[in-house]
Design a binder for this molecule. Sequence first.
Ligand code: X8Z
Ligand code: ZN
Length: 601
Amino acid sequence: MKIRAATCIACTFAALALAADPKATPEEARKFVNDAEQKLLLLGVDAARADWIKSTYITDDTEAVAAKLDEKAIAATVTYAKQATRFDGLKLDAETARKLKLLKLSLTIATPADPKESEELTRIVSGMEGTYGKGKYCPSGPASCKDLEELSKVLAESRDPKILREAWIGWHAIAKPIRQDFVRYVALANKGARQLGFKDNGAMWRSKYDMAPDDFSRELDRLWEQVKPLYLSLHAYVRSRLHEKYGDAVPAGGAIPADLLGNMWAQDWDNIYPLIAPANADPGYDLTALLQKHNMDWKQMVKYGEGFFTSLGFAPLPETFWERSLFLKPKDRDVVCHASAWDIDTLNDVRLKMCIEITGEDFLTVHHELGHNFYQRAYSKLPPSFRDSANDGFHEAVGDTIALSITPEYLVRIGLLDRAPDTSKDIGLLLHKALEKIAFLPFGLVIDQWRWKVFSGEIPPEKYNQTWWQLRQKYQGIAPPDPEGAPRTEADFDPAAKYHVAANVPYMRYFLADILQFQFHRALSQAAGCTGPLNRCSIYGNKEAGAKLNAMLEMGQSRPWQDALEKIAGTRQMDATAIRDYFAPLQKWLDEQNKGKPVGW
Ligand code: X8Z
Ligand code: ZN
């Protein structure tokens, strides 16, 4: 559990505004918050080190030690946040006011005041992540065990419905034991959030976006409405191709079974590209095959990622990055393989934790993670309170923005591809990208639609699984695998088969990032002077684009995110026109293919 990972931003913080102290002075407030940020920094570094050890070596002991240090850091933050209310209503300088706001909003989990409950909550969160990290499917004894990486490979590569179904069900079984802990986690996290003045833990998460939480929810609805037509077109096309392949297992006008889309969570569908590729517009290369053909190893993959950033003018990663990161899955112990980027001391000790495999997907993920690390380095010169992204969607969008520049022309430039496909192949390229980016949109939305309702009590424990699938159906048009007489029930706990649910990581950030990265890509491509179609623009080697990106990154969260967005994209609104522009030719093509076929479910 990274307690500092998802810091956040100001907005309305009404409930705590009650305890203001008439004797408090602006000078005291300034001293208080500067003192708090230094103390919390030290506690945060200790917790981050323990979390690192736990995540790269899961044992009962490492879990317990990490939980203890997390608890210390969180409890101290909660105490400071409560004390900070004495300065409510005071006229303060802008920097102090923002620091105080951020302090109150900086947690993704608030521990309750009762020490026993506080300890219990951090132990549960640490334990749930550990259970996920250790999860394996063992169909016939210990020698038969498969971990998530192996099961994901089955989902990606097999086209045999029976095998796919077994791998899917096998993985989802690891989440069943998490359910009981999750119920308690919801109760305790809500208690902590309420003691801090929020309605519940979900409301606390929604308060981090420099606008009223309800306005934020409305923003999400607006963005989803902007992109929904694109998703519906893609869904209809994919469904009809899968119907041809799998017959009535994929109903012509209904939801698609989740195990047939190439990914354990059906969150991106690029692994089934070969099944649905257009005959006359296939770009003719596959990134995984290219990497393997060039005998790429993990280090070269990371070096290519770093090389992209240095080509933009960023300083190379420090030597300690290479010494301290975890790049490969160890054979002898359990680790949390889910990729993440760390900044242990918020200064220079940045690290990658990933179980790299030589695939196109992991090549992109390396760029995603390095985006976090270069962001962390860019804002490291700011006061501790401001060392985070403008909002959490920004943090998730940076590396993906760079990855959008991995165009065929870029691959030719770095010597991986001999010749770029001509523009007649753009539909193939766009379709492949849409399986990654458009397919993801409703998934990015649905996880926290579910969790917010869980935290608010609208979804009680006895309806956890049922409502999960209702929402998955509503937003994604996805259904559980063919039940073959064994439908999903409340004995299952499918949401926690996804890392972020088990590990208490908010998810709406990825939906925002999916939209933002296209805004960033369009703006940086313009800065780089690219006038062609957006999917062929690469900012590689362009210092103007690099400077523009850096100007935004080095602001950290010192200003509201709207200011940061304006800096890079010239607008103060998150907006889906960029992603729609990018895919406009594909949308037209999909709608032609879908003529006479059902759309929606
Ligand atoms: O969790 C991640 C990153 C780490 S921040 C690997 N992502 C989401 C996921 O895997 O579900 C990146 C895309 C969405
Ligand atoms: Zn990320």
